[in-house]
Unconditional design. Structure first.
Lengths: 323, 323
């Protein structure tokens, strides 16, 4: 069955896209209303990279993610209520409120590390892939990072080490073209992040990051190759950050050329998938409406849970440095 | 009991732990074919094979990060950063991941990683000669052991490998060939327990690493003058066995702290503060510190001894404390 008509796969990706928009959108609003602590990183228009890529994974695969990781967290099946509680710093959070949006994990769905230090997750991901290879069960490590991370030393060391050790690592670059206020065209001397893969002796794909099916297809091939033992690969999903970097961006993306933003808004991944589903008769309007209603409810309940959950006791601050 | 060198003792510890537990592996520069810069992993590549004895490119961030990532995913790596001076290149991984994730992720993960490194000067110049344990000592979430005898080295490294938390094993590069008695049967030295290496009544010397050996020599010299010097080796820097240190301070009333690291902000400063808080009433004089001059380690053999403590300087310091 081709991915283009694989109904369960497509409906899952549709649901994930709608949910990421609904959930992340609510958090952005709440933050703007001053109702939550901590930064919120918006994922508007960038959801397909993580959702398409993660659709190629098995439940026992690993994911290393970033501060903007909502698409991959949701695609992997993170408990959205516990995620909300974590983002709001509550005791019922995944990390007891001690990590927050920018430093969290959910090992129960394979998310061993999510981090906000740009590039830092890459060497960690290499280690996870090393363990996966030792265990010899065909597991892979999918390591997400932004295009800004492609200029860090950690990126270079990680890709090189993964290549020389032939590790089952799939490096997924969310190229949304902006690192806070720094656009990719002043930060890199080569045009595409994927161009760098050859320098490490691994395949590198440059993909339309807003085409969730294309992301899935490329990721599927890379994952299969990794499972077969042929080593790591790099996939660059080119997308665009619609809006500012996060709630901390005092200019909220005003520095971004309006023409670019308008161009990419037309290419949002959700309407594209929706059109595809209807055109290929994979689902009807009525069926999609059912998914959309369920997602709205789920997002609302998760956010409400997080808002109502209590904060941790002060004594929690001194606990848990060691196991 | 038999005589082993520190290098042999560390090798035995690693060998026993790797033989016992398949998830233990070593990773670092020149540890495989070469057998380790200081011979600690001599013969390991042949015995355990390349999947468990991993020679890496020059990539300290990736070495540390991959070890931490592999630990996150269930392995028990022992990584080597050949000279602590290059720990600087791995600090993001060690501090922002290794030390923090157990706490920040609310106890969802454990990181059973050991990072071995060397300290101490040996006439090769400032970038291969420092003692940077104080940097790591400052960070909650890392255990730090610093053995200076074969008995302690084997026992502490075994304990470090069995510990489910990150442990840094700090080895002095000039004492790998020091010999000492090591039992035939298996034993452990617990982390967090100091050792009174020589009992005395008149003055306490708290020393670390090679300075323990210098202090013992000084104590032997001073015994001929009728002075009774107690030498206490913390063995673990973090967590510090303050109980043993305080007991000795209360017993003698005079304390000299000696380390090869720089004076300003060295571990000795913390020990002095702790003793001031806990043993003030018993102290006849302020806690004294003998440490390296606060300058980069000079290369010339005429200058290097000038900046470091040694047995003669310890003797002089103690004499000046006895007036």
């Amino acid at each position: 069955m081709s991915a283009e008509t694989d109904r369960p796969l497509l409906l899952k990706m549709y649901r994930d896209l709608v949910l990421t928009k609904a959930y992340n959108g609510r958090l952005v609003e709440l933050k703007a209303q001053g109702k939550i602590h901590g930064p919120i990183h918006q994922t508007t228009g960038q959801e397909a990279v993580g959702i398409g890529a993660c659709a190629a994974l098995r439940p026992d695969d690993y994911v290393i993610s970033t501060h903007r990781g909502y698409p991959e967290w949701i695609a992997r099946g993170i408990d959205l209520k516990k995620l909300s509680a974590e983002i709001f710093g509550k005791a019922a959070g995944l990390c007891r409120g001690k990590g927050g949006e920018m430093l969290l994990a959910d090992p129960s769905v394979g998310i061993l590390c999510s981090t906000a230090i740009i590039g830092g997750g890459l060497p960690i991901g290499v280690g996870v892939a090393l363990a996966a290879k030792r265990r010899n069960k065909g597991q892979v490590a999918m390591v997400f990072f932004g295009e800004g991370a492609a200029n860090t030393g950690a990126f270079h060391e990680a890709l090189n080490l993964a290549a020389v050790l032939k590790l089952p690592a799939i490096f997924i670059c969310l190229n949304n073209q902006w690192a806070i206020s720094t656009p990719i065209w002043i930060a890199m001397a080569v045009k595409h992040v994927a161009d760098r893969a050859a320098a490490y002796g691994m395949p590198g794909d440059h993909v339309d990051g807003n085409d969730v099916l294309a992301m899935y297809e490329h990721a599927r091939k890379a994952v299969e190759a990794a499972r077969a033992g042929t080593g790591p690969s790099l996939i660059e999903g080119e997308t665009y950050r619609i809006g500012g970097h996060s709630s901390t961006d005092r200019l909220q993306g005003e520095y971004m050329p309006a023409a670019n933003v308008a161009y990419w808004k037309e290419r949002d991944p959700l309407p594209r998938l929706r059109s595809h589903l209807l055109a290929r008769e994979v689902a009807s309007e009525a069926e999609l409406a059912v998914i959309e209603a369920a997602v709205e409810k789920e997002a609302a309940e998760a956010v409400a849970f997080g808002l109502e959950a209590p904060f941790p006791e002060p004594a929690e601050a001194a606990r848990g440095v060691f196991v | 009991m038999r005589q082993l060198t520190i290098s042999q003792a560390l090798r035995e510890a690693l060998y026993e732990e790797m033989s016992r537990d398949e998830s233990v592996f070593v990773i670092g520069e020149d540890i495989g074919h070469y057998g380790g810069m200081f011979e600690v992993t001599q013969g390991f590549l042949k015995e355990f094979g390349p999947t468990r004895v991993i020679d890496t490119p020059i990539s300290e961030a990736a070495i540390a990060g991959a070890a931490i990532g592999a630990a996150l995913a269930g392995m028990r790596p022992v990584a080597e950063i050949m000279y602590c001076d290059w720990m600087t290149l791995a600090m993001d991984q060690i501090v922002n991941y290794g030390a923090m994730l157990t706490y920040a992720y609310g106890g969802q993960v454990k990181i059973p990683v050991v990072i071995r490194t060397t300290v101490g000067s040996w006439t090769v110049g400032a970038q291969h000669a420092k003692s940077l344990e104080a940097w790591l000592f400052h960070v909650p979430g890392l255990k730090i052991v610093m053995p200076c005898t074969p008995y302690d080295a084997k026992g502490l490294l075994k304990s470090a490998i069995r510990d489910d938390n990150p442990v840094i094993c700090v080895e002095h590069k000039m004492i790998y060939r020091e010999t000492g008695w090591v039992p035939e049967e298996e034993y452990f030295v617990p982390i967090g327990v100091a050792d009174v290496k020589r009992e005395g009544r008149d003055v306490t010397v708290i020393a670390t690493g090679k300075m323990v050996l210098e202090a013992l020599q000084a104590a032997g010299d001073l015994e001929k003058e009728g002075l009774s010097v107690e030498v206490v080796d913390p063995r673990t820097l973090s967590p510090l066995d303050t109980e043993t240190l305080v007991a000795s301070a209360k017993k003698t009333g005079r304390v000299l702290v000696v380390h090869e690291a720089w004076r300003q902000g060295g571990v000795g400063a913390e020990i002095a503060a702790v003793l001031s808080e806990a043993a003030f009433g018993s102290l006849r004089q302020p806690v004294r510190r003998l440490a390296a001059l606060d300058v980069p380690p000079p290369f010339s053999p005429a200058l290097e001894p000038v900046v470091k403590p040694d047995a003669a300087k310890i003797v002089a310091a103690i004499r000046s404390m006895m007036v």
